[in-house]
Design a protein around this ligand. Structure first.
Ligand SMILES: [Zn+2]
Length: 732
């Protein structure tokens, strides 16, 4: 999934002074590429790495990416479908042919959810039967495929309801407050809400409707958000036509992701499952997604109070809060254990096989998955082909590369969560970073203008500098370096007069909604998400298909290949570096910024909560990070470090991210253990989750306790970096 940027850039970083880290690497290559330094590499190894990367970058082909894309989007392939399982076997076979090792199918038996039958009719004041289907389009034969499913939500409860319909805008808590002011309750009624204004995950809308006592929930796509108001609609443009339906899951996976009946442990064969009634992540009321075509009769027949101006959508009607409209809705879901398959493969590292760089993309789609996820799958298959080709030429990475094709991401981030839980012990020790690509191209190059699609990555702050540096050595489809293209699209998207500084390019706030979640929030490993984005209004609909990509999204498939290249380059640098290129000085800059932002946003009264000590500790962490980086960079430049010395340091810095974990988890959500990163229930990014939520509730005692926990984690990392620097400088 991932319909909106995982985090919303606020441009705050742009005003930060460049960290020393980025200044250090800002000296543009005046000499040839071969002599340009690479973070974490000695001069000699950087030259070899550049050579190897040039070879790597020559392999991926846009024609091949197009062919992979066609294969993966040829049929609907939701989780637990026969087609999705065939694709798992196909990927496994291809990876073997490409030369990948230890190709393994991991099976998980998880509580799955699929529709037996769904229906919706307006019964009053006039009869209308919702089609709950999308119209075929003549120019795109895939849309005539009878296997394309109709409207449903993964993990909707089953049920039958006949009740009055109330329009509740976006279905967020403040919307129900406004209804209450008008004397309108949704108790026992059907709440009709729309997507994305402002964006919140549909699973939060479901929980909110349930808490408000609604009997059922309908979520429709208003053309104001993803339809004709935005531009041309499919098949003439990237936006959603009248019958498009945004399917999706409504799981409460912001509380605990993965199989709802195995919270915190893996659904391997024979595992214990709790009863669905006990699962915290399962919705309790029936719900359905609607196209605007099916929602319009419900909205236009209401005769109650007019909705406020900002609740009015783009349909040519007067939006009202309620009145006169009743509907009959029936949702019958099959909820049973079904096998999900994660395909896993690796290329064992030549020197450090027990340090892993993990790459992943989910395979399951709501329908054809043109953007989500098969654009990412096509980019991944070109990446694995290129790495396999390098291996056949005798070039093996120093560290182990692991690649996974996840299953059931769309349901509850399920495959990656189960796999992460199964291999937690190994991952906590060995995982250098997880590099996630969900949608590699979620935007229309055809409407993007001269600067092209936005490069929109998010990364933990410690990896942001190396990502920026890598982007300088990849070409964007425009012919510029990806770095220059990134600056140009950031400037455009921020409506700024100048591009952001390097320190503001990478989004370091990370929400949920994709497969990085288990690795960051549960296992405390560094993550990066990569992708290009732009105009895209057919998310999770039948029209998100090969035709969309080939005619509207990325007709040349050059963006797919550019994504393969940057993904591969980051992976190769992490796999081959002498010293892992984490930048903790920059990490601290982000931490301090997050804290300042929290104080400003909540106008924290210093009599109620003292955060000065935490700021000071973060300042110490920054100094420790900067000093370690300087010391290491100097020694790398002069060369002559022993492998033992480098390895000792690598083992130490690998622990920094884990030190941000609190084994008790954040208050109310024990599965989420990271003290700095979590997501809100809407999937939006949430920094210092325990502290922030306590401050927002005005619970100053809990806030003070949370601040102490963070302080202790920062202190632990300061000591770790001091120790690492001392042992780096003392020994060889
Ligand atoms: Zn996805």
């Amino acid at each position: 999934m991932r319909s909106v940027p995982l985090a919303v850039p606020v441009g705050f970083f742009a005003i930060l002074i460049l960290s020393a880290a980025l200044l250090g690497q800002h000296q543009e290559a005046s000499s040839s590429l071969a002599s340009t330094p690479i973070l974490g590499f000695s001069a000699a190894h950087a030259a070899a790495e550049h050579k190897l990367e040039t070879e790597f970058q020559a392999i991926p082909s846009s024609q091949r990416a197009r062919e992979w894309h066609r294969t993966f989007t040829a049929e609907p392939h939701p989780a637990a479908s026969e087609r999705n399982n065939q694709l798992a076997d196909f990927i496994a076979d291809e990876w073997r042919k490409q030369g990948w090792e230890d190709v393994t199918l991991r099976r998980y038996d998880v509580l799955h959810s699929r529709p037996r039958s769904v229906s919706l009719e307006m019964t009053t004041p006039v009869q209308y039967t919702a089609s709950l289907r999308e119209d075929p389009v003549d120019t795109d034969p895939d849309t005539k495929n009878p296997a394309a499913p109709g409207a449903y939500f993964g993990y909707s409860a089953s049920g039958e309801v006949t009740a009055e319909v109330v329009y509740a805008h976006s279905g967020n808590p403040e919307d129900y407050d406004l209804l209450r002011k008008h004397g309108i309750s949704v108790k026992g009624k059907i709440a009709l809400v729309r997507y994305s204004n402002p964006y919140s995950y549909r699973g939060f809308k479901a929980l909110t409707a349930e808490r408000e006592g609604a009997a059922a929930l309908l979520i429709y796509s208003d053309p104001a958000e993803d339809g004709y108001t935005r531009g041309k609609v499919f098949p003439d443009g990237p936006w959603g036509p009248e019958s498009h339906i945004q399917r999706g899951a409504i799981t409460y996976d912001y509380i605990v992701p993965g199989d709802p009946t195995t919270p915190g442990w893996a659904s391997v064969t024979g595992a214990k499952h709790i009863a669905p009634e006990e699962a915290r992540s399962l919705p309790r009321i029936p719900a359905l997604p609607l196209s605007w075509r099916d929602a319009k009769p419900l909205l236009e027949n209401m005769n109650g109070p007019e909705a406020p101006r900002d609740w009015q959508g783009a349909l040519p009607i007067k939006y009202r809060l309620t009145g006169a409209v009743a509907a009959h809705m029936k949702v019958d879901m099959d909820a049973s254990l079904q096998p999900y398959t994660v395909v896993e493969a690796r290329i064992r590292g030549s020197e450090l096989p027990d340090e892993w760089v993990l790459l992943g993309n989910h395979r399951d789609a709501w329908v054809f998955g043109g953007v989500d996820p098969s654009s990412g799958t096509a980019s991944m298959m070109e990446l694995t082909r290129a790495i396999g080709e390098m291996k056949s030429r005798g070039i093996r990475p120093r560290r182990t590369l692991v690649v996974c094709s996840w299953d059931g991401e769309e349901y509850a981030l399920t495959g990656s969560t189960e796999w992460g839980e199964q291999f937690a012990d190994d991952l906590e020790k060995k995982l250098v970073a997880y590099l996630n690509v969900d949608e590699s191209v979620s935007g229309a190059a055809s409407t993007a203008g001269p600067e092209g699609l936005s490069f929109s990555p998010a990364a933990v702050a410690s990896l942001a500098p190396m990502l920026v540096q890598a982007s300088k050595d990849v070409h964007a489809p425009s012919g510029k370096s990806l770095y220059e293209a990134w600056r140009a699209t950031s400037k455009r998207d921020d409506k700024a007069s100048a591009p952001p500084l390097d320190s503001g390019l990478v989004e370091t706030r990370i929400g949920s909604g994709s497969d990085h979640t288990v690795f960051l929030n549960h296992l405390g490993r560094p993550v990066i998400n990569l992708g290009f984005s732009g105009d895209y209004g057919v998310y999770h609909s039948m029209y998100d298909d090969h035709y969309w990509m080939e005619n509207i999204g990325d007709p040349s498939f050059e963006y797919h290949v550019a994504l393969t290249r940057i993904w591969g380059l980051v992976a190769l640098r992490l796999a081959n570096a002498d010293v892992l290129p984490y930048d903790f000085g920059f990490n601290a800059v982000a931490l301090d910024h997050f804290l300042t932002e929290l104080e400003l946003r909540n106008k924290v009264d210093t009599h109620k909560l003292k955060l000065k000590k935490l700021h000071e500790r973060i300042g110490d962490f920054q100094r420790a990070g900067d000093e370690l980086r300087e010391s290491v960079q100097q020694d790398l430049a002069s060369g002559g470090n022993t492998a033992e010395k480098e390895e000792r340091l690598n083992q130490q810095v690998l622990q920094v991210e884990s030190n941000w974990l609190d084994p008790d988890g954040i208050p109310g959500r024990p599965w989420f253990q990271h003290l700095i990163y979590a997501s809100r229930y809407t999937y939006a990014h949430l920094e210092y989750p325990g502290l922030t939520e306590a401050v927002e509730k005005g619970d100053w005692k809990l806030a003070a306790e949370q601040a102490v926990l963070i302080e202790q984690a920062v202190q632990k990392n300061i000591e770790l970096l001091h120790k690492a620097k001392a042992s780096w400088e003392k020994n060889n």
